[in-house]
Design a protein around this ligand. Structure first.
Ligand SMILES: C[S@@+](CC[C@H](N)C(=O)[O-])C[C@H]1O[C@@H](n2cnc3c(N)ncnc32)[C@H](O)[C@@H]1O
Length: 252
């Protein structure tokens, strides 16, 4: 039977691969690379994946198959519906790849940014494909270091303080919280600086952009004291690099 690995590669630095990830990569016949579009960030994510393959594997021991997937279109009425439609389109592309680009009993893999369990759709897409029954395969997940772990390490802070919970959410959802509800909240996927919502509260922020890469930027402090610097830093980074990936912790 065909086998698919979802291999967590960490959030952008080839040093973050685990030994398990490297040993699994050595068994893979074909790596699937999904190309999302022409934007600068997307191209850089593909470059990093190719660098990882060249660094850890011997040439000629594996194949790389690239496929184009559409960019997610905004659904103004429902964010969830927009993501569902996009995942459906991705599922169709992945089904074709597994069906047409792998021989029986071969091993295929997707190199997943960070860890496959954190805000990543591939696991659910594979499960959906199996349920649809168009193609059959086994699958396995190889965990990776998440952007959250790198953020905590770079700021030299534990993710939780004694007896405390951690909330992990997105820029879109964190805006639904009242400032008083924020104790220890990790925010990913924030396009619109949702931290602005909490600027009048006694909250500290631990922020990291391009974590793990040579362009890594860190900033921390009382939110109200550094918010203007942070806004400028984010705009400058987006302007100069053409894209930004950042994660932060809001902590009372
Ligand atoms: C689609 S989620 C994927 C998360 C990933 N699976 C992980 O384990 O970190 C993308 C979000 O992760 C965060 N992220 C991923 N890589 C990052 C990096 N190198 N630096 C800062 N944030 C990062 C950002 O919040 C970004 O919007």
């Amino acid at each position: 039977m065909k086998k698919i690995y979802l291999i967590g590669i960490g959030p952008g630095n080839p040093d973050y691969l685990t030994l398990q990830a490297i040993n699994t990569m050595k068994k893979v016949d074909v790596f699937f690379i999904l190309e999302k579009g022409e934007r600068k960030g997307f191209k850089e994510f593909i470059k990093i994946r190719k660098e990882i393959l060249e660094r850890y594997l011997d040439r000629g021991t594996y194949r790389v198959v690239s496929a184009k997937i559409p960019e997610r279109k905004k659904n103004r009425k429902s964010y969830k519906e927009g993501v569902k439609t996009w995942r459906q389109q991705k599922a169709e592309v992945i089904t074709e790849l597994i069906e047409d680009k792998m021989k029986d009993s071969e091993i295929g893999a997707f190199l997943i940014w960070g860890d496959p369990s954190l805000y990543d759709g591939h696991l659910e897409i594979l499960q959906h494909i199996l349920k649809e029954g168009a193609v059959n395969f086994e699958y396995k997940v190889i965990p990776g270091i998440t952007s959250i772990q790198v953020l905590a390490a770079m700021h030299k802070i534990p993710l939780n303080r004694i007896g405390e919970s951690i909330v992990i959410t997105t820029g879109r959802k964190v805006k639904e919280y009242a400032p008083a509800e924020i104790t220890n909240t990790v925010v990913l996927l924030d396009t619109y600086s949702a931290f602005k919502h909490f600027k009048d509260s006694d909250i500290d922020i631990y922020w990291g952009g391009y974590l793990g890469s040579k362009d890594e930027i860190l900033l921390s402090g009382r939110l109200r004291d550094i918010i203007e610097d942070l806004k400028k830093l984010r705009s400058k980074a987006k302007r100069e690099k053409g894209w930004l990936m950042d994660t932060y912790i809001l902590r009372r």
